[in-house]
Design a protein. Sequence first.
Length: 166
Amino acid sequence: MAAPVRLRLDQATREAVAACYEQTRDAIERTNCQIVLLADEGRLATEIAWLVRRGPTQVRKILHRFEREGLHGLTPGKHTGRPLRVTPAWQAELRRVIDLDPYAVGVDSAVWTTRLLADYLAAATGHRTGIETVRLCLHRAGYVCKRPTWSLKRKATEQAGWVKNG
């Protein structure tokens, strides 16, 4: 079993971490700040992990990184990972069509989905990718893909008027 991480912050550091927690727009950085603040309260890594929905090993890793790097260690690093296998032509076409109405490029839909984009880009460029590659490329370009919140059963139930209001 891993030894508990004991973390005690001085007042200035505590205030700096709390300010970072309040000001950041990055969800991972905010959670990392929360982990440090909870550890400063004397909570154990297993309890912190439960509270922030992370694993205890990940909590310890963040705390150790904070001890080494300070506030800078709370900022998530860039994930290098395997490079995406898309062609420059594919990327250019994605950037060109993403803000267009799908009907403008012959796609019979009112909105783009990652599946529609993948299929359209494969036909337009001859380079087929999966929907996850499309999602990652969109994310890197500053777009957010929303996952559907409807299930067929729920939608059918609501359309039939069987949903309680309030």
